[in-house]
Design a protein around this ligand. Sequence first.
Ligand code: NAP
Length: 290
Amino acid sequence: MSARLLEGKLLAADIKAGIKSGVESLRARYNVSPKLVSIQVGENPASAVYIRSQKKNAEGLGIEYRLERLDEGSPRQALIEAIDKLNKDRTVNGIMVQMPLPPQIEAGFISRYISPLKDIEAMHPQNMGEIVFGNAKVLPCTAAACMELLNSIDSLDLYGKEAVIVGHSEIVGKPLALLLLNKFVTTTVCHIATGERGSLPEFVKKAEILIVAVGRAGLIKGEWIKEGAIVIDVGINRVDGRLIGDVEFEKAQERASYITPVPGGVGPLTVAMLMKNLVEAFKLQQQLYT
Ligand code: NAP
């Protein structure tokens, strides 16, 4: 068997076309474009690529994009004040803070200062909590991207399937586990302790759906993949100047039914999900203000 590629790039193009026409009708109705403001503290080169991509994607969809910069040495309070100003600005519909932040600011706490209505990364505890109730209006982008990829497989009925997620981060593994549970997928979450106990192969081998978000090249061996499994590789690792995922791609492709390439799999969809959240936030705010 050679797995079919789940190409996020193609799916993202379809989703973005839908967002673009949605933005045009919103502009026709409200006479204003949705606006996203991103805050960067310092000048970490790792953020520069994402910022360029966000700006290009936003502007290509008719979304206004502005970057606000704070000095590298800014205290936490300066970032909180900048967020608060944007929370109060009715012309701003979405706010995001670029990661990584300098060491004096703990990243985990910052999302709670963004108004839940403008939290387009869906990391505010209120938006996270809504996922538990199956009631979320915006979803954490990478977790949502994984769900879009699964939903793009016509023949797949998620009900009762057995999924394994490797990685329990706040931005990917944890919200994804809830999204899968909400679809009645029997979901196992593996993490560092699973790896340390040596049980990772055992869990991976049982997965009908395997989603890996760790950030360790080749962590998941091709021979662990269950015949016919669906494999979503979120990991991005730079090895010898090349981007690769967490799964041994070639060997896994021989056993899986579907697999995401890296790059070109989850990544392009993540930014599409961000823009989708922004449009949703815009609509919620218009309902509230008008
Ligand atoms: P993270 O916050 O570092 O989380 C990694 C997770 O993997 C943690 O839960 C960690 O457990 C777990 N882990 C570490 N070593 C393990 C092992 N040997 N066995 C099992 N689990 C292990 O990373 P993240 O932000 O979720 O990102 C993960 C990867 O996805 C990175 O490569 C990142 O670049 C990529 N990513 C891609 C996109 C995209 O759009 N394609 C978006 C976001 C992230 P502990 O916390 O307990 O150590």
